[in-house]
Design a protein around this ligand. Structure first.
Ligand SMILES: C[S@@+](CC[C@H](N)C(=O)[O-])C[C@H]1O[C@@H](n2cnc3c(N)ncnc32)[C@H](O)[C@@H]1O
Length: 242
Protein backbone atom coordinates (compact mmCIF):
# COMPACT_ATOMS: atom_id res chain seq x y z
CA UNK A 1 0.00 0.00 0.00
CA UNK A 2 1.81 3.07 -1.27
CA UNK A 3 -0.31 5.35 0.94
CA UNK A 4 1.69 4.09 3.94
CA UNK A 5 5.04 3.97 2.14
CA UNK A 6 6.33 6.33 -0.58
CA UNK A 7 3.09 8.39 -0.59
CA UNK A 8 3.11 8.87 3.20
CA UNK A 9 4.26 12.53 2.92
CA UNK A 10 0.82 13.22 1.39
CA UNK A 11 -1.05 11.34 4.14
CA UNK A 12 -1.69 14.38 6.41
CA UNK A 13 -3.68 15.93 3.55
CA UNK A 14 -5.85 12.82 3.19
CA UNK A 15 -6.99 12.86 6.82
CA UNK A 16 -6.17 16.04 8.74
CA UNK A 17 -5.36 15.58 12.44
CA UNK A 18 -8.05 17.94 13.73
CA UNK A 19 -10.83 15.80 12.18
CA UNK A 20 -10.27 13.11 14.82
CA UNK A 21 -11.06 14.90 18.11
CA UNK A 22 -14.72 13.82 18.16
CA UNK A 23 -13.95 10.29 17.02
CA UNK A 24 -11.24 9.75 19.65
CA UNK A 25 -13.85 10.52 22.33
CA UNK A 26 -15.90 7.49 21.16
CA UNK A 27 -12.98 5.22 22.16
CA UNK A 28 -11.79 7.10 25.25
CA UNK A 29 -15.28 6.68 26.82
CA UNK A 30 -15.38 2.85 27.00
CA UNK A 31 -11.72 2.70 28.07
CA UNK A 32 -12.45 5.10 30.93
CA UNK A 33 -15.57 3.13 31.94
CA UNK A 34 -13.45 0.02 32.45
CA UNK A 35 -10.27 1.60 33.80
CA UNK A 36 -11.68 4.46 35.88
CA UNK A 37 -10.02 7.83 36.43
CA UNK A 38 -6.28 8.45 36.35
CA UNK A 39 -3.57 8.16 33.77
CA UNK A 40 -3.26 4.78 32.06
CA UNK A 41 -0.91 3.00 29.64
CA UNK A 42 -2.23 2.46 26.13
CA UNK A 43 -0.80 0.38 23.29
CA UNK A 44 -2.08 1.10 19.78
CA UNK A 45 -1.51 -1.59 17.14
CA UNK A 46 -1.43 0.00 13.67
CA UNK A 47 -1.18 3.64 14.73
CA UNK A 48 -0.66 5.15 11.26
CA UNK A 49 0.05 8.83 11.70
CA UNK A 50 -1.54 8.50 15.17
CA UNK A 51 -4.47 10.76 14.42
CA UNK A 52 -6.71 9.24 17.09
CA UNK A 53 -3.84 8.67 19.48
CA UNK A 54 -2.93 12.36 19.29
CA UNK A 55 -6.28 13.13 20.94
CA UNK A 56 -5.80 10.42 23.60
CA UNK A 57 -2.40 11.69 24.75
CA UNK A 58 -3.83 13.77 27.62
CA UNK A 59 -5.28 10.63 29.24
CA UNK A 60 -2.80 7.91 28.33
CA UNK A 61 0.92 7.17 28.15
CA UNK A 62 1.17 5.97 24.57
CA UNK A 63 3.10 3.14 22.96
CA UNK A 64 2.39 3.12 19.22
CA UNK A 65 3.13 0.31 16.79
CA UNK A 66 3.14 0.28 13.00
CA UNK A 67 5.04 -1.76 10.39
CA UNK A 68 5.69 1.28 8.19
CA UNK A 69 8.75 3.42 8.99
CA UNK A 70 7.24 6.30 6.99
CA UNK A 71 4.05 6.25 9.10
CA UNK A 72 6.10 6.06 12.28
CA UNK A 73 7.95 9.21 11.12
CA UNK A 74 4.59 11.00 10.79
CA UNK A 75 3.50 9.66 14.18
CA UNK A 76 6.74 10.94 15.74
CA UNK A 77 6.03 14.42 14.43
CA UNK A 78 2.46 14.31 15.81
CA UNK A 79 3.50 13.10 19.26
CA UNK A 80 7.03 13.64 20.49
CA UNK A 81 6.18 12.00 23.86
CA UNK A 82 5.02 8.58 22.63
CA UNK A 83 7.08 5.40 22.47
CA UNK A 84 7.16 4.20 18.86
CA UNK A 85 7.80 0.62 17.81
CA UNK A 86 8.03 -0.88 14.34
CA UNK A 87 6.05 -4.13 14.29
CA UNK A 88 3.17 -6.20 12.98
CA UNK A 89 -0.01 -6.65 15.04
CA UNK A 90 -0.08 -10.36 14.21
CA UNK A 91 3.16 -11.30 15.94
CA UNK A 92 4.36 -8.37 18.06
CA UNK A 93 5.52 -9.40 21.55
CA UNK A 94 6.90 -6.53 23.63
CA UNK A 95 7.18 -8.56 26.85
CA UNK A 96 5.19 -5.99 28.86
CA UNK A 97 1.54 -5.26 29.51
CA UNK A 98 -0.74 -2.22 29.27
CA UNK A 99 -4.05 -1.07 30.73
CA UNK A 100 -5.61 -0.66 27.28
CA UNK A 101 -4.94 -1.85 23.73
CA UNK A 102 -6.47 0.00 20.79
CA UNK A 103 -6.94 -1.54 17.35
CA UNK A 104 -8.60 0.97 15.09
CA UNK A 105 -9.05 0.80 11.32
CA UNK A 106 -5.66 -0.90 10.84
CA UNK A 107 -7.23 -4.17 11.95
CA UNK A 108 -9.26 -4.11 8.72
CA UNK A 109 -6.02 -5.14 6.97
CA UNK A 110 -6.32 -8.60 8.54
CA UNK A 111 -7.22 -10.62 5.46
CA UNK A 112 -7.99 -14.00 7.01
CA UNK A 113 -9.65 -15.29 10.15
CA UNK A 114 -6.26 -16.65 11.23
CA UNK A 115 -4.69 -13.18 10.96
CA UNK A 116 -7.62 -11.59 12.78
CA UNK A 117 -7.32 -14.14 15.58
CA UNK A 118 -3.54 -13.53 15.74
CA UNK A 119 -4.08 -9.76 16.14
CA UNK A 120 -6.58 -10.44 18.96
CA UNK A 121 -4.04 -12.72 20.64
CA UNK A 122 -1.43 -9.93 20.43
CA UNK A 123 -3.90 -7.61 22.18
CA UNK A 124 -4.51 -10.25 24.87
CA UNK A 125 -0.79 -10.85 25.47
CA UNK A 126 -0.22 -7.11 26.01
CA UNK A 127 -3.14 -6.52 28.42
CA UNK A 128 -2.91 -6.81 32.16
CA UNK A 129 -5.74 -8.77 33.82
CA UNK A 130 -8.63 -6.29 34.15
CA UNK A 131 -7.44 -4.33 31.11
CA UNK A 132 -9.51 -3.48 28.04
CA UNK A 133 -9.04 -3.77 24.29
CA UNK A 134 -11.07 -1.56 21.95
CA UNK A 135 -11.35 -2.84 18.36
CA UNK A 136 -12.93 -0.82 15.55
CA UNK A 137 -13.13 -2.49 12.12
CA UNK A 138 -13.97 -0.28 9.15
CA UNK A 139 -16.73 -2.65 8.05
CA UNK A 140 -18.61 -5.78 9.06
CA UNK A 141 -19.93 -8.18 6.42
CA UNK A 142 -23.44 -7.81 7.92
CA UNK A 143 -23.60 -4.10 7.05
CA UNK A 144 -21.15 -3.60 4.17
CA UNK A 145 -22.43 -1.75 1.13
CA UNK A 146 -20.14 -1.00 -1.83
CA UNK A 147 -19.76 2.73 -2.34
CA UNK A 148 -17.63 5.78 -2.83
CA UNK A 149 -16.40 8.58 -0.63
CA UNK A 150 -14.26 11.61 -1.33
CA UNK A 151 -12.28 14.14 0.66
CA UNK A 152 -8.89 15.73 1.09
CA UNK A 153 -7.53 19.09 2.19
CA UNK A 154 -5.19 22.00 1.51
CA UNK A 155 -1.90 22.06 3.42
CA UNK A 156 -0.15 25.11 4.87
CA UNK A 157 2.78 24.47 2.48
CA UNK A 158 0.77 25.10 -0.72
CA UNK A 159 0.11 21.43 -1.43
CA UNK A 160 -3.48 20.26 -1.99
CA UNK A 161 -4.86 16.74 -2.29
CA UNK A 162 -8.27 15.31 -3.09
CA UNK A 163 -9.17 11.63 -3.14
CA UNK A 164 -11.83 9.26 -4.34
CA UNK A 165 -12.25 6.13 -2.20
CA UNK A 166 -14.08 3.36 -4.00
CA UNK A 167 -14.95 0.22 -2.00
CA UNK A 168 -16.27 -2.98 -3.53
CA UNK A 169 -16.47 -6.66 -2.81
CA UNK A 170 -13.60 -8.80 -4.02
CA UNK A 171 -14.93 -10.79 -7.00
CA UNK A 172 -13.32 -14.09 -5.96
CA UNK A 173 -12.95 -13.92 -2.19
CA UNK A 174 -16.14 -13.69 -0.09
CA UNK A 175 -14.41 -12.36 3.04
CA UNK A 176 -12.49 -9.54 1.38
CA UNK A 177 -13.12 -6.08 -0.03
CA UNK A 178 -11.07 -3.92 -2.35
CA UNK A 179 -10.65 -0.22 -1.63
CA UNK A 180 -9.20 1.73 -4.55
CA UNK A 181 -7.96 5.22 -3.71
CA UNK A 182 -7.42 7.69 -6.53
CA UNK A 183 -5.26 10.53 -5.27
CA UNK A 184 -5.23 13.85 -7.16
CA UNK A 185 -2.85 16.63 -6.14
CA UNK A 186 -1.81 20.19 -6.90
CA UNK A 187 1.34 21.95 -5.72
CA UNK A 188 1.21 25.76 -5.55
CA UNK A 189 0.03 27.15 -8.88
CA UNK A 190 0.97 23.94 -10.68
CA UNK A 191 -1.41 21.73 -12.63
CA UNK A 192 -3.76 19.21 -11.06
CA UNK A 193 -2.32 15.74 -11.59
CA UNK A 194 -3.20 12.19 -10.67
CA UNK A 195 -0.66 11.13 -8.07
CA UNK A 196 -1.63 7.45 -7.86
CA UNK A 197 -4.31 4.81 -7.83
CA UNK A 198 -3.55 2.82 -4.71
CA UNK A 199 -5.29 -0.52 -4.13
CA UNK A 200 -5.92 -1.74 -0.58
CA UNK A 201 -7.40 -5.13 0.26
CA UNK A 202 -9.24 -5.55 3.54
CA UNK A 203 -10.85 -8.42 5.42
CA UNK A 204 -14.65 -8.47 5.69
CA UNK A 205 -16.01 -10.69 8.43
CA UNK A 206 -19.46 -11.02 9.98
CA UNK A 207 -20.19 -9.72 13.48
CA UNK A 208 -20.58 -13.32 14.64
CA UNK A 209 -16.96 -14.06 13.61
CA UNK A 210 -15.63 -11.03 15.50
CA UNK A 211 -17.57 -11.92 18.64
CA UNK A 212 -16.66 -15.61 18.37
CA UNK A 213 -12.92 -15.03 17.87
CA UNK A 214 -12.77 -12.50 20.72
CA UNK A 215 -14.53 -14.97 23.04
CA UNK A 216 -12.18 -17.76 21.89
CA UNK A 217 -9.20 -15.54 22.77
CA UNK A 218 -10.59 -15.22 26.30
CA UNK A 219 -12.18 -11.76 26.19
CA UNK A 220 -15.51 -10.73 27.69
CA UNK A 221 -16.86 -8.65 24.84
CA UNK A 222 -19.60 -6.10 24.26
CA UNK A 223 -20.41 -4.40 20.96
CA UNK A 224 -21.28 -0.69 21.07
CA UNK A 225 -22.90 0.98 18.07
CA UNK A 226 -21.83 4.54 17.31
CA UNK A 227 -24.09 6.38 14.83
CA UNK A 228 -22.09 8.20 12.15
CA UNK A 229 -23.21 9.65 8.82
CA UNK A 230 -26.34 7.49 8.53
CA UNK A 231 -24.76 4.21 9.60
CA UNK A 232 -23.52 2.55 12.79
CA UNK A 233 -19.84 2.03 13.54
CA UNK A 234 -19.23 -1.14 15.58
CA UNK A 235 -16.90 -0.71 18.53
CA UNK A 236 -15.94 -3.98 20.24
CA UNK A 237 -15.08 -3.43 23.90
CA UNK A 238 -13.17 -6.53 25.02
CA UNK A 239 -12.19 -6.97 28.68
CA UNK A 240 -9.47 -9.29 29.82
CA UNK A 241 -10.98 -10.73 33.01
CA UNK A 242 -9.12 -9.67 36.17
C1 LIG B 1 -5.36 4.19 8.26
S1 LIG B 1 -3.83 3.92 9.03
C2 LIG B 1 -4.20 3.96 10.76
C3 LIG B 1 -4.69 5.28 11.22
C4 LIG B 1 -4.88 5.34 12.73
N1 LIG B 1 -5.97 4.46 13.12
C5 LIG B 1 -5.13 6.76 13.19
O1 LIG B 1 -6.00 6.96 14.05
O2 LIG B 1 -4.41 7.65 12.72
C6 LIG B 1 -3.62 2.19 8.79
C7 LIG B 1 -2.28 1.70 9.30
O3 LIG B 1 -2.34 0.27 9.43
C8 LIG B 1 -1.02 -0.17 9.33
N2 LIG B 1 -0.99 -1.63 9.17
C9 LIG B 1 -1.26 -2.36 8.06
N3 LIG B 1 -1.05 -3.66 8.32
C10 LIG B 1 -0.66 -3.75 9.63
C11 LIG B 1 -0.27 -4.84 10.47
N4 LIG B 1 -0.24 -6.09 10.02
N5 LIG B 1 0.10 -4.55 11.76
C12 LIG B 1 0.08 -3.28 12.21
N6 LIG B 1 -0.28 -2.22 11.45
C13 LIG B 1 -0.64 -2.45 10.16
C14 LIG B 1 -0.50 0.61 8.12
O4 LIG B 1 0.92 0.62 8.05
C15 LIG B 1 -1.11 1.99 8.37
O5 LIG B 1 -0.20 2.86 8.99
Amino acid sequence: MRMYADLAPWYPLITPLQDYAEEAAWYRGPMREVLGPGRHRLLELGCGARHNAHHLADDFDLTLVDPSPQMLDLARANCPGATLVQGDMRDLRLGRTFDAVFLHDAISYMLSRADLRAAMQTAWEHLRPGGVAVLVPDDLADDFAPGTDCGGSDGPDGRSLRYLEWSWRHPDLPERIVVDYTLVVREGDGPVRVLAVDRHEQGLFPRETWLGLLAETGFQVQERLQPYEGRNISIFVARRPG
